[in-house]
Design a protein around this ligand. Sequence first.
Ligand code: NAP
Length: 316
Amino acid sequence: MKYLTYQQTKVPALGLGTWKAKKGEVYGAVREALHIGYTHVDCAPAYMNETEVGAALKEMTGSGQMRREDLWVTSKLWNNAHLPGDVQPALKKTLTDLQLDSLDLYLIHWPVAFKPEVALPKSGDDYLSLQEAPIIDTWQAMEECVAAGLVRHIGVCNFNIAKLEDLLAKAAIAPMMNQIELHPYLQQQKMLEFCRQRQVLVTAYSPLGSPDRPKGMKKKNEPTLLGHEAIKAIAKKHGVSPAQVLIAWGLQRQTAVIPKSINQVRLRENLEAAELRLEENDLRHIAKLERGYRYVDGAFWEMPGSGYSTKELWDD
Ligand SMILES: NC(=O)c1ccc[n+]([C@@H]2O[C@H](COP(=O)([O-])OP(=O)(O)OC[C@H]3O[C@@H](n4cnc5c(N)ncnc54)[C@H](OP(=O)(O)O)[C@@H]3O)[C@@H](O)[C@H]2O)c1
């Protein structure tokens, strides 16, 4: 298993994504993943499956098949708990659901805030602005969670460089991680350079292009990553699958990569991608695929009166 290093901490570079993994299938998937050698699970209360994930974690650690300290568990603060008084209760609910005493990493899921009673907004009225719920206030409440021993590390998701820079300037505990969409169509070169300079780790989400997203989140004629001819040709040359090429590419760029699968064969296939070494020539071909394309583009937070827009979210 490859690791990313942050100060004295080692983060397993390959993790299991759990978004869209349904009740009834996620328990078996997490158990199987840990059984075959995954040591990193990416969770969130917004995925509505932390109870099942927690049952699988408990089964593996409680039965002695795995030690808690050999497992890296990440979860995220949902957008309706950004007000400082709501942060610790939200984290405690996640800990209860995951059956853990503490998390390895807790992330702000989006730099977007909802009113506390709103799970998913229906209108602009359901949002809080970043003036009403400043990121730094949320962050200080996250820092208190570290002090309380409830999480070892804290970080963010979906932050652009300007937001990260602002947070780094104000934070007492620097964010360990920015979890962002990253794959050959969205290579995030500037972000990677910025994070390298400022010692923030990067996790690549939707590394396979998130083909199982709900229809409502998909655009017409989306480009497919797994079916791209260049990816398929590189896969054929190495005798591996396109998914393995995409995962190996992310790992070779020193990012954590968290492909989601609930399928036994694909779980193993994805894990084995860590053994694949792409050649310079492969990397040059993949570099040419950049097209600034986001599958998870945040347009769902754009509604009249919300105050949030894709323009404001991303630097590009
Ligand atoms: N922080 C954020 O805002 C954010 C946003 C998006 C995602 N994430 C995290 O990142 C994780 C991964 O992203 P994602 O779920 O959007 O998409 P993804 O990992 O890019 O793609 C998942 C899809 O690929 C399929 N798949 C998995 N392995 C495969 C293989 N070897 N060959 C062919 N198909 C394969 C899966 O099907 P099967 O399950 O049937 O195998 C599923 O349909 C999420 O689950 C979540 O944990 C975070």
